[in-house]
Design a protein around this ligand. Structure first.
Ligand code: NAP
Length: 298
């Protein structure tokens, strides 16, 4: 037997075409398109690739986008001033500061400075708090992508044991939080799973992952999860994106071996990755809607 391979690209394309339709409707109703502003500081080549993909996604969905690049030696003050000017610009609805930032800059201070209604990455403590309480304003892009993969692949999480490997603020923690929610409080993103979170200090990791009905691998270690760590028939979602010495990409899961035991599995590339941008576009539309209704109320 061999696992069903989940086509993340197809799911991402489906969501993006739905979003494009909603964007068109928003634009017709309001007379303007949603607009995403992106910011890079420094010259990280991977960041440049991600930003290009995000702008391309915007264009396809009918979302406007603009970009500012600051030099690698930009000061914290410069970055905070840029964020403040984007916060105050009514034509900008979503703000995305690409990470990582250069070492002289306090990332948290910059992310906290983004207006909570423009926080399309869902990193602001107000938005993270709202998510945790089951009344989200935005859903964080990568974990939301995973929830969409599960929902659109017909994989039921309710009542089942989901093991999240990784506890970062970007992936692991919000992933666990979303899997834990009641359906009724977070709609399509709710899951009612029984959730275990593992990290680098977890003892007997393999014994825990082997109990997972749904395993979310997000630790950033290439090919780490082997077949013996996976329960037969489990769903394995590989969030990892790791560059190997030969330049190729590998996930956190040993795909060739694990596909022999899993029931369903996402590949890398072509699994979770494409969803992240789809969810960013949806959040940009959501931000524009929130600001439009805010403007109407004042
Ligand atoms: P991160 O900030 O480095 O966090 C990694 C997490 O994994 C940490 O919680 C760490 O534990 C844990 N960990 C590391 N080694 C471990 C081990 N041997 N056993 C158990 N846990 C271990 O990484 P991240 O930002 O969450 O990203 C994780 C992976 O997802 C990376 O490969 C990244 O490239 C990828 N990613 C993909 C997307 C996408 O769009 N597909 C988006 C974001 C990230 P401690 O907390 O104890 O250190």
């Amino acid at each position: 037997v061999s696992a069903r391979i989940i086509d993340g690209k197809a799911i991402a394309a489906e969501i993006q075409s739905e979003t494009a339709g909603e964007v068109q409707q928003f634009t017709t109703e309001t007379g303007y398109a949603p607009c995403l502003a992106t910011v890079i500081a420094g010259d990280d080549p991977a960041s440049a690739v991600y930003i290009r993909l995000k702008h391309r996604g915007c264009k396809r969905a009918g979302i406007e986008s603009r970009h500012t690049s600051l030099p690698a030696d930009a000061s914290q003050q410069q970055l905070l001033e840029l964020v403040a000017s984007l916060n105050n610009d009514p034509a900008v609805h979503g703000i995305l500061v690409q990470l990582p930032l250069p070492p002289q800059i306090d990332e948290t201070a910059v992310l906290d400075a983004i207006h909570p209604l423009k926080d399309v990455d869902c990193f602001h403590p107000e938005n993270v708090g709202r998510l945790t309480q089951g009344r989200p304003r935005f859903l964080p892009c990568t974990p939301h992508g995973v929830m969409q993969i599960l929902a659109r692949s017909g994989i039921e999480a309710a009542g089942r044991h989901a093991v999240v490997a990784g506890r970062s603020e970007i992936v692991g923690k919000p992933m666990a939080s979303m899997l834990l929610q009641r359906n009724s409080t977070v709609g399509a993103s709710g899951a009612n799973a029984t959730v275990t979170v593992c990290h680098s200090r977890t003892e007997n990791l393999a014994a825990i992952t082997a109990q997972a009905d749904i395993l979310i691998a997000a630790i950033g270690r290439p090919l780490f999860f082997t077949a013996d760590m996976v329960k037969p028939g489990a769903t394995v979602i590989d969030v990892g994106v790791n560059r190997l010495d030969d330049g190729s990409l590998a996930g956190d899961v040993d795909f060739q071996a694990v596909r022999q035991v899993a029931g369903a599995i996402t590949p890398v590339p072509g699994g979770v990755g494409p969803l992240t941008i789809s969810m960013l576009l949806l959040n940009t539309l959501q931000a524009a809607r929130l600001q439009a209704s805010n403007a109407a109320a004042t």
